[in-house]
Write a protein that binds this ligand. Structure first.
Ligand code: PMP
Length: 392
């Protein structure tokens, strides 16, 4: 794990190391226990048992039934299956979906794809803290609305959405609630019944499992058209030989969280609050992006007047501190973050933002290093900036 002493890693939202206990659990499934659950011999039976047990473990963690969990290649595939699969299968019920402006880029692009294919899409704006306005959401619902997608939390600014209230609002309307839970995995309860979620994509790496694996929770009775057609695995919803080592890894990652999540969240929240308090106190003209209270325990997101997030990222990188300016999934575009713009930030404010996300292998010394380096780098960059005036 290269989260070594010299390098401080504060970008857990983009990628997490696989927990060594997960690697240990996966190992035998790469050689000795290599079976395919579709085979009828003993090696295949071992794989079938393992697949069943892994599915039970993941389902239990969500308060779901095993038959409601389908393994996929990741959250992107799960959202495709969930949203496009539901829209295509249920088109006769209606051709309108609603998404929040906070959604992950994958959901925005799925919505655009559906628009090109004759569906109507409405988008719900965010307030300055990144939360959706329930009244505005209610106002977007029509007779033809079949699905609403609101992520559990922002992978960028960490704002948590009122999912239970949204589900209550939808009760009895025959509209399914799709909630991308990836940013909240390992940080918030994913109890699908308590929250009232019908479709929930998950990404194994967000639980400290291997990348390239995910799952989709599908509430019983929610009918989807498959996206991958083939041998009929995963009850026909996701054909292709099951990625057994990764499935075992995801189940082990979930088991570990079942034991450790509460303590981990408390620890991360302590670090987060020290980062937020420390930087807001020590760096003038610094603001917190996202919600002051309804935010993920791992997320600290700032904007610094007068400097570019990119310059800050590169200078911190020289200091051995790895941070982000926004979502890794859209970091190669020059566009400012759609989430920050939806919160009402100007382009230059969005470009002056820095995202710090904490995780399992951060310690108090990482927070100390960040609190030492960031004020110094911000002040150096501001001294060079013709745009920054201290007394304005
Ligand atoms: N949703 C969110 C909120 C994400 O942060 C990501 C990226 N990790 C995804 C979906 C896509 O997940 P995957 O890479 O597993 O397809």
């Amino acid at each position: 794990m290269n989260t070594s002493r010299e390098s401080v890693y504060l970008d857990y939202q983009s990628a997490k190391p696989v927990d060594p206990r997960v690697v240990e659990a996966m190992e035998p499934f790469l050689h000795d226990r290599f079976g395919n659950p579709s085979s009828l011999h003993a090696v295949g039976d071992d794989a079938t048992d393992t697949l069943d047990r892994s599915r039970e473990t993941v389902a239990r963690f969500l308060g779901a039934r095993p038959a409601e969990v389908v393994f996929t290649s990741g959250a992107t595939e799960s959202s495709n299956l969930a949203i496009i699969g539901y829209a295509m299968r249920n088109r006769r019920k209606g051709d309108h979906i609603v998404i929040s402006e906070m959604e992950h880029i994958s959901i925005h692009n799925i919505a655009k794809y559906l628009e090109k294919n004759g569906f109507q899409v409405s988008r719900v704006p965010l307030d300055q803290f990144g939360q959706i306005n329930l009244a505005k959401l209610r106002g977007r619902i029509r007779d033809e609305t079949i699905l609403i997608s609101v992520g559990m939390a922002s992978n960028e600014i960490g704002t948590v959405q009122p999912i239970r209230e949204i589900a209550e609002m939808l009760e009895g309307k025959g509209i399914v609630l799709h909630t991308d839970a990836v940013a909240a995995q390992g940080l918030l309860s994913l109890d699908v019944d308590g929250l009232g979620i019908d479709l929930m994509p998950l990404s194994s790496n967000a639980f400290y499992g291997p990348r390239g694996l995910g799952a989709l929770y599908i509430r019983k009775g929610t009918r989807l058209s498959p996206m991958l057609i083939g041998g009929g695995q995963e009850r026909g919803l996701r054909s292709g030989s099951e990625n057994m080592p990764a499935i075992v890894g995801m189940a082990r990652a979930v088991e570990i969280l079942g034991e450790e999540m509460d303590d981990e969240v408390d620890r991360l929240r302590g670090y987060r609050d020290r980062l937020i308090g420390g930087l807001l106190d020590s760096v003038p003209k610094t603001y917190l992006n996202g919600h002051p209270e309804q935010r993920l325990a791992s997320n600290a997101h700032f904007r610094f007047t007068g400097i570019e997030g990119e310059s800050l990222l590169l200078r911190l990188r020289d200091e051995g501190i790895q941070v982000a300016t926004g979502s890794a999934c859209s970091s190669k575009t020059l566009e400012p973050s759609h989430t920050l713009i939806a919160c009402g930030l100007l382009h230059e404010e969005a470009h002056g933002s820095l995202e710090l996300t904490l995780g399992r292998w951060n310690g108090p010394e990482d927070v100390d290093r960040a609190l030492e380096a960031i004020p110094k780098v911000v002040s150096d960059l501001r001294a060079l900036s013709p745009l920054y005036k201290e007394d304005e």
